[in-house]
Ligand binder design. Structure first.
Ligand SMILES: NC(=O)c1ccc[n+]([C@@H]2O[C@H](COP(=O)([O-])OP(=O)(O)OC[C@H]3O[C@@H](n4cnc5c(N)ncnc54)[C@H](O)[C@@H]3O)[C@@H](O)[C@H]2O)c1
Length: 353
């Protein structure tokens, strides 16, 4: 049985909790969160933009702490893994504390808000021989999982490129959303999902062209073209915030293979969601519509945590969730940020100086 302690019971702590309840072989034995009512099981005040509303929770058998430090300091608590659901600016310090206490780490995205903190987090886990996994959940969403598996199967030949999109309305309830030192803005909070997915499918870009708008100190919206060692790979991405409140969220992709194109689009309008379910358009003129289920986002978190549990139980790092890939995702966001701000092509080497 893998024993987990969750640090931070907010929206993601709640979603992770729900996923753990549906899994065997893993158990939440402790939580650490500053809100007294949540330590008493009243999670009704939790707010998020998907999944069921927060509820009253029975915490019988679950030890509770005010913060991660006191959870790690309890000599009577046996833990294999700390699941960090704290705000991004706290990730690096929390990861280091967990690894130094001998725990494996599963940390929500983004790994950190800058490359230096990412490198520190990865290096500390390596030094203490602990696994670092980052909650880059997008590859576990059904359409993205399907795309990964179809590409890996080689059924439709070589991967040629693709375009990706992730656009939201202004998240006005997140007062620190555009603060580069707290949430990081649209690139580090939102686009990091596609940055990681692009890295996973195509490898590390050698550089990026990007143009867009700035809000305060962060990129608000941008269009990016990625360059790779293979100069024929054509990969683009659109991401950010646009000025309307009628469509809080949209994402999608078109992925090009030698003998097929994968197409998917989802739009959450304020009144109702609309989806263009994933299609496989093949070279023979056919349109295939694979059956992918209802796309419940909580199910993606369940699959993600299954992989975390597997990686710990088998002591074999995850090909998808490992810290090094998440670190590269942040490097990509940093390249795009600098490209938009400078108006210049930015290479991967430019941002590690
Ligand atoms: N994978 C996804 O789709 C997804 C979606 C939303 C958020 N996230 C990520 O999850 C993480 C948490 O986001 P959230 O939406 O759950 O935030 P949240 O504000 O709902 O919850 C954060 C929780 O951290 C704790 N916390 C805050 N400040 C603290 C402090 N100073 N000391 C100790 N504990 C403190 C509190 O319990 C708080 O409820 C972020 O990294 C965010 O980017 C991921």
């Amino acid at each position: 049985m893998t024993k987990v302690g969750i640090a931070g019971i907010g929206f993601m702590g709640w979603i992770h909790w729900l996923a753990y309840q549906e899994l065997s072989g893993v158990e939440v034995v402790a939580i650490a969160t500053p809100e007294e009512e949540r330590r008493a099981g009243d999670w009704t005040g939790i707010q998020g933009n998907f999944g069921p509303p927060g509820a009253q929770i029975d915490l019988t058998g679950v030890k509770t702490y005010e913060n991660l430090q006191s959870m790690l300091a309890d000599p009577d608590l046996e833990l294999d893994c700390i699941d960090i659901c704290l705000p991004p600016a706290m990730h690096c310090e929390a990861i280091q504390a967990a690894a130094k206490a001998g725990k494996h780490v599963f940390c929500e995205k983004p790994l950190a808000l800058n490359l230096q903190d990412c490198d520190t987090a990865v290096a500390t886990c390596k030094e203490y021989d602990r696994q670092l996994m980052v909650g880059q959940v997008l590859p576990y969403f059904t359409e993205f999982q399907f795309a990964r598996e179809v590409i890996a199967s080689g059924e439709y030949g070589k991967l040629l490129g693709g375009s990706f999109k992730r656009v939201i309305s202004d998240p006005q309830w997140l007062t620190k959303f555009y603060d580069p030192n707290v949430i990081g803005g649209p690139l580090f909070d939102l686009h990091v999902h596609d940055a990681h997915f692009i890295r996973l499918l195509f490898g590390m870009p050698t550089g990026v062209y990007s143009c867009g708008r700035i809000r305060g100190e962060v990129v608000d919206y941008c269009n990016s073209i990625f360059r790779f060692e293979d100069s024929e790979l054509a990969v683009t991405c659109t991401c950010g915030v646009i000025n309307q409140q009628g469509r809080p969220f949209t994402h999608g992709f078109e992925i090009h293979l030698e003998r097929a194109t994968l197409q998917f689009d989802f739009q959450a309008f304020a009144d109702t969601p609309e989806s263009m379910p994933l299609k496989v358009l093949t070279e023979d003129g056919k349109v295939h519509r694979p059956e992918l289920g209802d796309g419940d986002p909580v199910f993606a978190f369940k699959r993600e945590i299954e992989e975390v549990t597997r990686a710990i139980a088998e002591n074999r790092p995850s090909d998808i969730l490992n810290g090094a890939l998440a670190r590269d995702g942040i490097q990509i966001c940093q390249m795009q940020s600098e490209a938009v701000k400078s108006g210049q092509f930015v290479s991967a080497a430019d941002v590690v100086k």
